[in-house]
Write a protein that binds this ligand. Sequence first.
Ligand code: ADP
Ligand code: MG
Length: 360
Amino acid sequence: MTLARGATIGIVGGGQLGRMLAIAAARLGFRTCVLDPAENCPAAQTCNEHIAAAYDDMTALAQLARRCDAITYEFENIALGAARWLEKNAVLRPGATALETAQDRLIEKTFLNANGIPTVGFRDVADAASLADALAAFGGRGILKTRRLGYDGKGQIRFRGAAGDPSPEEALGEIGHAPAILEAFAPFEGEISVIVTRGGDGTTVCYEPARNVHAEGILSTSTVPAGIAEPVGEQAVRTAAKLADALSYVGTLGLELFVMADGTLRANEFAPRVHNSGHWTEAACAVSQFEQHIRAVAGWPLGAPDRHSDCVMENLIGDDIGRMPELARAPNVVLHDYGKAESRPGRKMGHFTRLRPRLG
Ligand code: ADP
Ligand code: MG
């Protein structure tokens, strides 16, 4: 199915990712209709229509299905039932299976391993006894993560294998006894991510890996080139393409990977959507991850992932958004303000990408 000029693309979720998807869609001649409960969500300012209702509101979902020629999503925590309903009653790209796989860290990591993509070791944690067993297996060190709904480092408890670590009971109490996994601690050399888009015809297009630095669990910067020795970068790209194929995916996804000291890779997690660590593509590539996603959703040919510049993307978190006027004075900086009325600590308010002529 190919969308024609003027067709309407539905976007479930109206955060900054939805906002940037709507802008990309508008540039290609599509209309957008966003479903998000917040009246003043970032995408409300850039879409054609906004349905302000809960994500599981059946009337709203039916309205979205009726109004849109194809529907996509910008965050992975939509109720699976809603996604399955949209898949049955409309054109949903990517499909609900990618969502189901990425929503739950246990299913996600099991799926990655089953498809020959290595991760760090992990164990299912159902209660204090299984957490104690898992900790013993990992030498007392590891990261307890809720299976669902974690983001920006939330829902994670670290065990350092030292005095001061919480007891298994305390740790489970801190995450509200939610179903969880324990992951072995990965002494990585660095973190990278690959943004891949898979078209409806099965073609995959991968951007070059970015090197990511997090601060307090939140992405701080993405740098390209990532400065990793080959063949690690090529292998990361092949892994992302393999994942997109394994999911029969249509659209853009982001795969996060740890680079170990010996040059091997461990997949950390993937997001079935455009990804913060791919925002640099908006500035340094002719076709961004957002446009690539819209092209895939629309059944259009994908663009080349080539990069014309070296770049560093930096997130503007909380009051950092006050840096915009100063950043606007710098040459070769691509700015993006998400239009959020209220700045809060830890809230992603915008980002910028500093471009430098490409070396090599
Ligand atoms: P989120 O969904 O919050 O992004 P992640 O699993 O990506 O959750 O964890 C956030 C960050 O915590 C990672 O980017 C990485 O820096 C660190 N981290 C996560 N898992 C591990 C691990 N097993 N070993 C070492 N560091 C980790
Ligand atoms: Mg992450």
